[in-house]
Design a binder for this molecule. Structure first.
Ligand code: PLP
Length: 359
């Protein structure tokens, strides 16, 4: 077997032990004589997986009684529409969104189709290379909620702490959920597509404050309504059973490692090693991001010119490190170092960066 160090931004690397368990259990799930993806989503066999997944999220993230966990389809992208449909819902309503980068921009575009949008802070004039001071952010009068993107996957920006706002805080945590402890209590709603930090594409985790469900307009179609899924424990229709099964294995893996604080410590070491390699390269590697908001998940950097970047990426691939090409909209290099990227992968990249720079 020859596993690459996989730096793709998403879908992204998964813990090898999770893949091996899935492989072992694929054809005959724990003696059931079938795969978990071949059984009814109403069976006791699947129900145990589903509940373990919900309970694991509650336990690891410390989700309080006031909030409920939903497992949905449609990716984080569907949440760009579902959030305003459920929490604002109507041309006469408004929401606040922080325009921090490419993903926030998509959230804004969809929300505008549902309600009026106040862009309360816009990073575009600076080229999306910094974030606002959280203490400077307030929600607008009458706003239904304030939306932010906790980690901008493409620009490599990450919030360190979060604003305290009058309106409920909504966060797209697709690319940093469970990478560090967060105070769930402070959020009205958190959502995350699984394929960066949690599992495979196909399941989206939504954590919503229960009393916000009272807001959901009756005109929202069944699947698009959070209330439908909350009432049915995310079993209103067939959930993405296999991604949920893998997510459950990833949650078990996080638990075995010692929980989210333990993961956060590892993540901090990985990010520090990479940023040091950049900062101590005598300007050969440059990170365009404000040091106060550099992402611990997606480390973006440039080389002296695009030709060097191409050679860097090709050479890395030959050395078994894949997925380092920056997003097509921004270019450069991006190393995504999610929870499942081992420290040995980052060490290999740092060593390669040194070697490449010295020529
Ligand atoms: C990847 C990503 C999305 C989009 O996720 P899909 O599951 O592809 O819809 C949204 N927001 C952020 C921050 C992301 O990283």
């Amino acid at each position: 077997m020859n596993r690459a160090f996989n730096f793709y931004a998403g879908p992204a690397t998964l813990p090898q032990s999770v893949l091996e368990t899935a492989q072992r259990e694929l054809v005959d799930y724990r003696g059931a004589g079938m795969s978990i993806m071949e059984t009814s989503h109403r069976s006791a066999l699947y129900d145990e997986v589903h509940q373990a997944c919900v309970d694991g999220i509650v336990r690891l993230l410390g989700v309080p009684e006031t909030h409920t966990v939903l497992l949905l389809g449609g990716g984080a992208t569907l949440q760009f529409a579902m959030v305003p449909m459920n929490l604002a819902g109507g041309a006469e309503t408004s929401c606040d969104i922080i325009a921090s980068g490419s993903w926030a921009k998509k959230a804004i575009d969809d929300a505008k189709k549902i309600c009026s949008v106040n862009v309360v802070w816009d990073g575009k004039p600076e080229g999306y290379n910094t974030l606002p001071d959280s203490a400077s952010i307030a929600s607008s009068p009458g706003s239904s909620y304030l939306h932010l993107t906790s980690n901008e996957t493409i620009q490599g920006l990450q919030w360190r702490d979060f604003p305290q706002t009058e309106a409920p805080l909504v966060a797209d945590m697709s690319s940093d959920i469970m990478s560090r402890p967060v105070d769930v209590d402070r959020f009205g709603l958190i959502y995350a597509g699984a394929q960066k930090n949690l599992g495979p594409a196909g399941v989206t985790v939504v954590i919503v404050q229960k009393d916000l469900l009272d807001r959901v307009p009756d005109t929202v179609p069944a699947y698009l309504s959070y209330r439908t899924h909350a009432d049915k424990n995310s079993l209103y229709n067939t959930p993405p059973v296999y991604p949920i099964y893998i997510l459950r294995l990833v949650l078990d893996w996080i638990t075995e490692l010692g929980g989210i604080q333990a993961i956060a410590d590892i993540n901090r070491r990985k990010a520090a090693a990479l940023y040091s390699a950049i900062d101590e390269s005598d300007g050969y590697y440059r990170c365009p991001v404000d040091p106060a908001y550099r992402s611990m998940m997606n480390v973006v950097f440039r080389l002296p010119d695009e030709d060097a970047e191409k050679r860097f990426i090709a050479g890395a691939e030959e050395a078994g490190m894949v997925g380092l090409k920056g997003h097509r909209s921004v270019g450069g290099v991006r190393a995504s170092i999610y929870n499942a990227m081992p420290e040995s992968g980052v060490a290999a990249l740092v060593e390669y960066m040194e070697r490449f720079r010295r020529g």
